[in-house]
Design a protein around this ligand. Structure first.
Ligand SMILES: [Zn+2]
Length: 269
């Protein structure tokens, strides 16, 4: 989708629910230059902070949110989650304001935008149709291997008495299997965790394996009780599409980040 010169993606499943505002940014429509061209959304990349702030302002404006009210965490490729509420508003919005270290965010607060960053890793958006709860997880190979989706669902069940049946889940663009070669050591970890089928892990040349991050995340979510019809995948590859997305692998670490956000629509709490 395009608006105000900015390109972004939305899940029609989540949009149709009418319960949330959400989007996943591309690299189109920002003011950053060089390897960060142009809509880089993260500070920790080496890009100018002023550019990142301006990019976020432009992006959140499209959805009628103030970029200063987003909450995000320092992503550590773990499986921990944290609950955010009104008092956390703005954490992560400006340099130096991020306090929590975790890869999954949960809120029950209407109008509080949870945000996460990626360049190849997958973001997983969760919406409850039964209660006002949304969550957002960041899963690269470590998060997927650790089962971040599963631990998040467990927590939602235990603490928020939520039934996985009532969850809508959308997966963001991520690096595709053809672009995601992992070495034998990492492949072994996935094999030991039960992902030896070529659907997840396919032998490539020189001892490397193609890892399908989306397939691994999907499998876990279904196993954790998400209904198949309530889960939508995304087939865009961050690495194959350099005009649209940043890719940490393709760009050898010097690159920007896309941002995914989700908020309970105001008036829906
Ligand atoms: Zn690809």
């Amino acid at each position: 989708m395009h608006k105000g010169g900015i390109a972004y993606l939305q899940s029609s499943l989540l949009e149709k629910s009418g319960l949330v505002d959400h989007a996943f940014s591309t690299r189109i429509g920002g003011c950053s230059s060089g390897p960060f061209q142009s809509l880089n959304m993260a500070f920790h990349t080496g890009d100018s902070e002023i550019s990142v702030l301006e990019n976020r302002r432009r992006f959140f404006n499209l959805f009628d949110y103030n970029s200063c009210s987003q909450v995000s965490a320092v992503q550590v490729h773990g499986i921990e989650s944290a609950v955010f509420n009104e008092k956390n508003r703005g954490e992560g919005a400006c340099p130096g304001t991020t306090v929590k270290h975790c890869d999954a965010l949960i809120t029950t607060e209407p109008g509080l935008p949870l945000a996460a960053y990626s360049a190849d890793c997958q973001l997983i958006f969760f919406v409850s149709t039964g209660k006002p709860i949304v969550a957002l997880a960041h899963a690269g190979w470590r998060g997927a291997l650790g089962g971040i989706g599963v631990s998040l669902i467990k927590r939602l069940k235990k603490e928020f008495l939520l039934d996985p049946d009532e969850l809508l889940v959308a997966l963001s663009p991520a690096i595709c299997r053809d672009c995601y070669l992992v070495d034998e050591k990492i492949a072994r970890l996935f094999q030991d965790a039960g992902y030896s089928d070529p659907v997840y892990l396919e032998p490539a040349s020189d001892g490397f394996f193609k890892l399908d991050l989306t397939a691994v995340n999907e499998k876990q979510l279904l196993r954790a009780g998400i209904n198949k019809e309530n889960l939508v995948k995304n087939s865009w590859c961050s690495s194959c599409n350099d005009d649209l997305f940043y890719s940490y692998r393709r760009d050898r670490g010097i690159t920007g980040r896309m941002l995914g956000f989700i908020a309970i629509r105001r008036g829906k709490g």
